[in-house]
Design a protein around this ligand. Structure first.
Ligand code: UTP
Length: 334
């Protein structure tokens, strides 16, 4: 089986951070989000061939993956280009050249979503499987309808209202496809017939075509769904992972109170501060006389005499005498 990770989007909802920095390299709990996805695939032995569909700033992603996972010689990392982000369905189709006749299984994992879920269990099925989670408002998502046997009967991308939505079961970014030929065929069908939703070629629309063609699919309930697509959700994911990974980790800095969970990378100089809870600080930051709560601070920032909460501070930022919440793009000064 091959894993497809589409990472070619612009990440507009995370601007200004994603103007200079690919979304999937944005930090959560001290690591680029894509690290956690690849690490889980390797740890659970899901596949030894991972295909990244790259676009804007894709060379940075390729460089990071090849360096970070350089010791994983038994895994093949392949990078295929989506020249323009025409939608998730289009991105997935860009992975087609990686597939051969003797291996048709595909497992698609969105690059900006982390999962606290047993992936091995999800892919252990005789049918194709779509990961779902119940949400209050399904309008932002692809939504599935199933029958009593959990077989998918209908799929709708971004239903116009709660009333017309087939259910509250939202597709959360995990798709196990038994036969990728069927998927690529359905994608080619939606391209040929210009079937788009919100002006993009959607994966959900191709899956709906597969259902219409009589292909059987089921769902898998994903409880641990950690979205990283927006500032609020990236902070929530940061807090979740810090609690999971660093709940008992303590740090010693001069005249500083650490309120776990907190992650502080090597090379940071911190003095007269209160840090935490839910704070991740990347390497080589200098922070003095400051209180930080529920925030992510990226590499090489200097923060002095401030009180910061619910904030996302980019790389190489300088903050002085600031109180409140902020989202600060790389190389900014406040
Ligand atoms: P999103 O729908 O979140 O799009 O894509 P995006 O561009 O990343 O972010 P926004 O909506 O502009 O803020 C979900 C995943 O699918 C990839 C993205 O890179 C992300 O990992 N994707 C999306 C592609 O690779 N190509 C596309 O054309 C669309």
């Amino acid at each position: 089986m091959k894993v497809i990770i589409p990472v070619a989007g612009f990440g507009t909802r995370l601007r200004p951070h994603t103007l200079l920095h690919p979304k999937v390299l944005m930090t959560v709990a001290g690591k680029p989000m894509i690290y956690f996805i690849v690490e889980q695939i390797i740890k659970e032995k899901i596949s030894n061939h991972i295909v990244f569909v790259v676009g804007y700033l894709g060379d940075r992603i390729e460089k990071y993956i090849l360096k970070e996972f350089v010791h994983n010689k038994d895994i093949k990392f392949e990078f295929l280009v989506q020249d323009e982000p025409k939608g998730l369905g289009h991105a997935v189709h860009c992975a087609k050249p990686a597939f051969t006749d003797d291996d048709k299984e595909a497992f698609i994992i969105l690059g900006d979503t982390l999962f606290d879920v047993d992936l091995k269990k999800l892919v252990s099925n005789d049918l194709s499987v779509i990961g779902v989670k119940k949400v209050d408002d399904p309008r932002r998502f692809g939504v599935v309808e199933t029958n009593n046997d959990k077989i998918i009967t209908r799929l709708v991308e971004k239903p116009a209202s709660k009333e017309v939505s087939p259910s509250n079961d939202a597709i959360v970014g995990l798709y196990y496809i038994k036969n990728s030929d069927n998927l690529f065929g359905a994608l080619e069908y939606i391209f040929k017939n210009e079937i788009k939703t919100k002006d993009e070629y959607q994966l959900t629309d191709a899956l709906a075509k597969m259902i219409a063609d009589g292909k059987k699919m089921t769902t898998y309930d994903v409880q641990g769904w950690l979205d990283c697509g927006k500032i609020e959700t990236i902070l929530e994911t940061n807090a979740y992972l810090l609690d999971k990974l660093y709940a008992n980790k303590n740090y010693e800095f001069e005249n500083t109170i650490i309120m776990a969970p907190v992650y502080i990378a090597d090379g940071c100089k911190i003095k007269n501060c209160t840090i935490g809870p839910n704070v991740s600080i990347s390497k080589d930051c200098i922070i003095e006389n400051t209180i930080i709560k529920n925030s992510i601070v990226n590499d090489k920032c200097e923060i002095d005499n401030s009180e910061i909460n619910d904030s996302l501070v980019g790389f190489n930022c300088k903050v002085k005498n600031y109180k409140g919440t902020m989202t600060l793009g790389d190389y900014s000064e406040v």
